[in-house]
Design a protein around this ligand. Sequence first.
Ligand code: IPE
Ligand code: IPE
Ligand code: MG
Length: 249
Amino acid sequence: MIFKSSTTAVPDTPLVPRHVAIIMDGNGRWATKRLLPRVAGHVKGVEAVRTVVEACVERGIEYLTLFAFSSENWRRPQEEVSLLMRLFVTALEREVSKMHANNIRLKVVGDLSRFDPKLQEMIAGAMRKTANNTRLTVTVCANYGGRWDIMQATGKMVAANPGATDFTEEMLAPHLAMAYAPEPDLFIRTGGEERISNFLLWQLAYSELYFTDTFWPDFDSQSLDAAIASYQSRERRFGRTGEQVAKKS
Ligand code: IPE
Ligand code: IPE
Ligand code: MG
């Protein structure tokens, strides 16, 4: 399916966001506050993922995108990085069958070539298994960076158009890692920081942004509802005037 781009057309503005993208931040501080090692926050963070996935299914959200590991997170201490990798493996082992039983499609996007080959195989297997599920698409962004995405898409676009010197957004967009999804309606960042941290740079062009101080391990279905309520109170103008928007609805 081809989705409307927010810059070349005016997309629909669904009452319930069709696509929610989340930067799950604050695991480390959640743990430190409790005098626990940072890893305890990551473990608890996986539980929050389960809760939010279920809440999205109940609310009829079609796409949930989760930033799990950025292209810059390799800069962390080696032990934390390997621990996050191990957690990723166990989460896949434990959750994929359940997701499949619940008709959930799993996608993992990012530069996966840097992961252990075994993990890469697990990811490919999980994506194959759930490929035809239709209730909710959960995308995990792993070793993902918005700049990486734009660069890899640019490379593919150039290769697909040999000799071309003029390029358009429509030529680039199909090569982005998440071309299978509409642009996010609602972006959420937990943990109190108000920045994008190289998440979906292209796709967030007209997303509604929501920041909360809640640490990711404490984020639950009520927190999601608060974010959705905030989204529902916004007027999405996409460059037009408020009067134009009012006339259309
Ligand atoms: C988000 O929590 C999880 C990852 C980046 C993997 P953090 O680990 O960034 O937690 P804080 O920001 O240090 O509290
Ligand atoms: C962003 O969080 C990445 C993920 C949640 C995976 P970070 O904690 O890495 O972001 P910065 O470093 O505070 O910007
Ligand atoms: Mg952080």
